[in-house]
Design a protein around this ligand. Structure first.
Ligand code: ZN
Length: 164
């Protein structure tokens, strides 16, 4: 840690204690250049991931909600539970890497993209219940980004029960 007095980056920790119920570590350091002491505080980085919804409302990212949505879509399909969890882990990781806020649309499109590669039926089921799509054109627009083609309105996208 760079010394605030002489700016040399060389010190030793002379005391370390946990404060605020363990959420912060306070370290007393001694500069090996000038011998003066200074204090640093260490805390866990903010782990919140906020989702900005189309309504403009914000809510904390809820991975169980995403998992439930995908599980409903892959119901009775040959998709392993582990695959679903891996998919959500991957999604969450990539969202966190791009910042502490994402949009519900980003999540939806990422899930659609993953399901598109995984299982066509699950993909269509998810798309039909995906909350972010308020109008057909929303779905059509975003789906066409994935498939590279426009979907026909007659696609059985509104059909809630899929018989195999
Ligand atoms: Zn110093």
């Amino acid at each position: 840690m760079r010394c605030p007095y002489c700016f040399i980056d060389d010190d030793k920790v002379v005391d370390s204690r946990s404060i605020d119920d363990g959420s912060v570590t306070r370290r007393r350091r001694e500069c090996l250049g000038c011998g003066r002491r200074f204090t640093t505080f260490e805390r866990v980085d903010d782990v919140r991931l906020t989702v900005l919804k189309r309504s403009g409302a914000r809510e904390p990212f809820d991975r169980s909600k995403v998992i439930r949505g995908i599980e409903a879509a892959v119901k009775n399909r040959r998709v392993d539970v582990k695959v679903v969890h891996d998919l959500v882990n991957e999604l969450e990781e990539s969202l966190r890497n791009s910042g502490d806020e994402c949009t519900s649309s980003e999540i939806g499109v990422a899930v659609l993209d993953a399901l598109h590669r995984l299982d066509e039926v699950a993909y269509l089921r998810f798309a039909s219940v995906y909350k972010g799509f308020e109008r057909w054109s929303d779905f059509e627009e975003e789906a066409s980004l994935l498939t590279g083609r426009s979907l026909d309105k007659s696609t059985e996208i509104k059909e809630p029960k899929d018989r195999e």
